[in-house]
Design a protein around this ligand. Structure first.
Ligand code: PMP
Length: 299
């Protein structure tokens, strides 16, 4: 997969440059120590034919907080950064795209916090990240990082080595994706997505604390409320999850994606009849700014 070509334009520190010509210094903390922060945002072509970035301000608010949590200077106005994202889409003639802001620290090999930072915003066309098929998930042998050892609510680059290890392990074992537990053995999240399960007409998801507070997660909670679906944030174990009727992951890249099985054990409710499927449709309608009505007979 090529993320850019000779015509691709990106934003770097207030300028719009060719991706093939933009440069960063190789002697930096971001590259050497993973001391950088990123976001993942999606743009959609709405029902009216407009290009809209979904929850752009929420993503930049999290971006800012992620930087602050690990002491990377953030000297930007979020309205301007949202405008820069639209400009990148326009310059590349992109309508449906994944947008990646990345805050990079300048050359410095010490372990001191950065005193300046540089901002890249690039975009590429990306379909369904985890595909459309139901996921065969494996409980990872890797835990999510200890919240006392890291600012785990900061979407920091270095943290994603953990995600890569977990995803890789799952794929090597013939699964589609991993599920990671927290340091206490409760279910936390996927390598790049939050988890929900359905049981007795109700949805459950882990509370903030040991997870990345996903913007899609917040949207799913909002949609569940609008649709009158009861929902509870609580900690739960793998054993409890294995008693679920159906399960799904959600994230900006993955959107809402159902599970087939966990460690080879399938879930009893057909996806098409699940609350997850209903929320998948409601989510799709929301990002496309389409009206969504829950049909009389559901789940
Ligand atoms: N958890 C992790 C570890 C992630 O990387 C992501 C993707 N950013 C999510 C959850 C989902 O977050 P969001 O819905 O904001 O994309």
């Amino acid at each position: 997969y090529s993320y850019y070509n000779e015509n691709t334009i990106l934003y770097f520190d207030g300028e719009y440059l060719k991706a093939t010509e933009a440069k960063i210094d190789l002697y930096g903390q971001s590259l050497h120590y993973g001391y950088a922060v990123f976001e993942g945002i999606r743009a959609y072509k709405t029902e009216k034919g407009e290009v809209k970035i979904f929850k752009a301000m929420e993503h930049f608010d999290r971006f800012k907080r992620s930087c602050e949590l690990i002491h990377i200077p953030y000297n930007y106005n979020n309205e301007e950064l949202v405008a820069a994202c639209y400009k990148v889409l326009e310059l590349n003639n992109m309508e449906e795209a994944y947008i990646r802001p990345l805050m990079i620290c300048p050359p410095n090999m010490t372990l001191k916090a950065a005193s300046e930072s540089h901002l890249l915003i690039c975009a590429w066309e990306w379909g369904a990240y985890l595909g459309e098929k139901l996921l065969r998930v494996m409980t990872s042998s890797y835990q999510r990082p200890n919240p006392k050892a890291f600012q785990i609510e900061s979407k920091s680059s270095g943290l994603y080595v953990n995600s890569i290890l977990a995803s890789q392990e799952a794929k090597q074992n013939g699964y589609d994706e991993a599920l990671l537990l927290d340091i206490n053995g409760n279910v936390a999240e996927g390598p790049g997505a939050n988890i929900f399960f359905e049981k007795n007409g109700k949805l459950f998801t882990p509370p903030p604390g040991n997870i990345l507070p996903g913007i899609t997660r917040a949207t799913v909670i909002e949609l569940a409320r609008e649709l009158g679906i009861p929902l509870e944030e609580k900690l739960f174990t793998i054993e409890e999850l294995k008693q679920a009727e159906s399960v799904f992951y959600c994230g900006t890249a993955a959107e809402v994606i159902g599970w087939d099985s966990l460690d080879g054990q399938t879930f009893p409710k057909p996806w098409t009849e699940s609350l997850g499927k209903l929320l998948q449709q409601a989510y799709k309608a929301k990002v496309l700014e389409k009206e969504f009505k829950r049909e009389a007979k559901v789940a």
